[in-house]
Design a protein around this ligand. Structure first.
Ligand code: BG6
Length: 513
């Protein structure tokens, strides 16, 4: 991988959870791998009063606790530590922004960041986006410099990117008032996950998939992103959001788009994102009257989970006790295009479910000729392609194989590709890849403005339907797979939810051959 060009990385929200758990550990890993330019440096920007020394202490703690490579490599840590700084400043104050800008100019000289490049990372709550973007935009005007025609300024922006189409459009408008689209990096950390990127390699670097990758050979696709934790102290944010906005609009839709998109003409940002936008535009959003046929909402109740008694969602801190916000969502969608016509995609996600798992299952149609069916006690199993995003990243095929012996018995067997056994290494954390890409100016794994808007227009239709629906979220027990209606959603179609941790293996089928 190329080392990145030198830049100042400014983290807004430096004392927040994301910076602590993900961003600083990712910057440490990049330092360890020699991917952070030696002339780059990092400035934490936040409202709390913290000195440079205290900030370095907090960062060290973050690395020790959350970095992928542990124990800490002291030599790499020293290299990073000497480049960490902190400023206490207000997000909306022009004066404070000016103060930070002059600190950056001094640090450019100290570290030899000659081009004066800037990477601004907005890891702050959405109500701070507008003042920060506006102030950065104003300062950008004063930094136009003919001496440095190649100087760049980029902005990484964390979700939530709006809460519906109107607010997303407003935020896009604000950003594009001050920056150009090629300077804006809307992050979805799922795109940085190794298996998600591998989906493109699998589909477009192998010739066996393309001919069968359509409704003629595939029965349906299901995508599960399940979590074993509740809202974990984020009740205030979550109650205004819910599972559909928090997870489906971004992470699950991204996975679906990568499965469904047409082969791009090139692997560059424009070509890949053009294809994803086409997928979103082809989604048939359920009509208001049909919303309960195509979607399910759930909310976790009190119960026992992982050996502990847990409170129900309505008792969570900062959650309205009468809230109808969903902590579980399942949707059945159709993509109305030539490739996927009439074939359902089932998506589900939720908090406090049985397992932590992110997985795509592509279920193929049964063989057209019932050769084995005639003489076997039950039909042979359909083939599944399982793409496991986490944990145990990998891809596996489920095929029918003969059980050794003189009898003809058939068993569903797996051909497994597991990252850690094949490559003898754990895949990098999503944020490492994404921050590095942003420094390189590579936007393929970031969301484009029209993409985010196209995704919201589908979500808005579901939210509108829910607002009119007479069915409130159905409660479910923590540690289960969600509400009963989620099972009905798929079982009414003669299918069932599949996932790799799915209980007992399929029974052997005996045949009279
Ligand atoms: C975030 C959501 O985007 O993704 C969280 O806001 C969720 O609610 C998290 O817990 C899940 O990410 P991962 O990488 O743990 O699957």
């Amino acid at each position: 991988m190329p080392a990145s060009p030198s830049c100042a990385i400014v983290i807004f929200g430096a004392s927040g959870d994301l910076a602590h758990r993900k961003l600083i550990p990712a910057l440490y890993e990049l330092t360890l791998q020699g991917l952070l330019n030696e002339h780059s440096y990092i400035v934490g920007y936040s409202r709390s009063a913290v000195s440079d020394e205290q900030y370095r202490g907090q960062c060290r703690e973050a690395v020790e606790k959350h970095a992928r490579s542990r124990p800490i490599d002291l030599e790499a840590w020293k290299r990073l530590e000497g480049r960490l700084f902190y400023v206490q400043a207000d997000y909306g104050s022009a004066e404070d922004h000016a103060k930070v800008a002059s600190r950056l100019d001094q640090l450019d000289v100290k570290f030899g960041n000659e081009a004066g490049n800037r990477l601004f990372y907005l890891a702050t709550p959405p109500n701070t986006f507008e003042p920060i973007i506006t102030r950065l935009g104003e300062r950008r005007q004063t930094r136009q410099d003919e001496q440095h025609p190649r100087r760049w300024e980029r902005i990484i922006i964390e979700k939530p990117f709006g809460r519906d189409l109107a607010t997303a459009k407003k935020l896009n408008g604000l950003l594009l008032n001050h920056f150009t689209e090629d300077q804006v990096f809307r992050i979805d950390h799922y795109l940085g996950k190794e298996t998600v990127q591998n989906l493109m390699v699998m589909r477009f670097a192998n010739s066996i998939f393309e001919p069968i990758w359509n409704y003629k050979y595939i029965d349906h696709v299901q995508i599960t992103v399940s979590e074993t934790l509740g809202v974990e102290g984020r009740g205030g944010y979550y109650d205004r959001s819910g599972a559909l906005r928090d997870m489906v609009q971004n992470h699950l839709f991204q996975l679906m788009a990568l499965v469904a998109m047409e082969p791009p003409v090139a692997l560059d940002a424009q070509s890949v994102r053009d294809e994803k936008v086409k997928v979103y535009r082809s989604i048939r959003a359920p009509r208001t009257a049909d919303v309960d046929t195509f979607t399910v909402r759930g909310q976790y109740a009190a119960g026992e989970h992982a050996g502990h008694q847990t409170e129900g969602y309505l008792k969570e801190k900062e959650v309205n006790p009468a809230s109808t916000t969903e902590t579980f969502a399942a949707v059945k969608l159709y993509i109305d295009n030539w490739r996927w016509s009439g074939m359902p995609f089932y998506l589900r996600t939720g908090k406090f479910l049985e397992e932590k798992l992110s997985e795509i299952v592509v279920r193929f149609r049964s063989p057209p000729l019932t050769l084995f069916q005639k003489q076997c006690e039950s039909p042979v199993y359909p083939n599944d392609l399982v793409i496991r995003v986490q944990p145990e990243e990998g891809i596996s095929w489920r095929l029918n194989g003969k059980v050794p012996g003189s009898q003809m018995s058939i068993k569903s067997v797996a051909l497994d590709f597991l990252y850690h056994t094949t490559f003898n290494t754990e895949p990098p954390e999503a944020y490492e890849r994404l921050i590095h890409d942003a420094m390189l100016g590579e936007q393929t794994l970031f969301i484009r403005g029209d993409e985010v808007e196209a995704a919201w227009s589908v979500i808005d239709r579901i939210e509108e339907g829910w607002a009119m629906s007479k069915n409130p979220p159905q409660s479910y027990a923590p540690g289960s797979w969600g509400p009963k209606r989620a099972m009905d959603l798929i079982e009414n179609d003669g299918r069932r939810w599949l996932h790799s941790g799915n209980g007992a293996p399929e029974p052997i089928i005996a045949c009279a051959l």
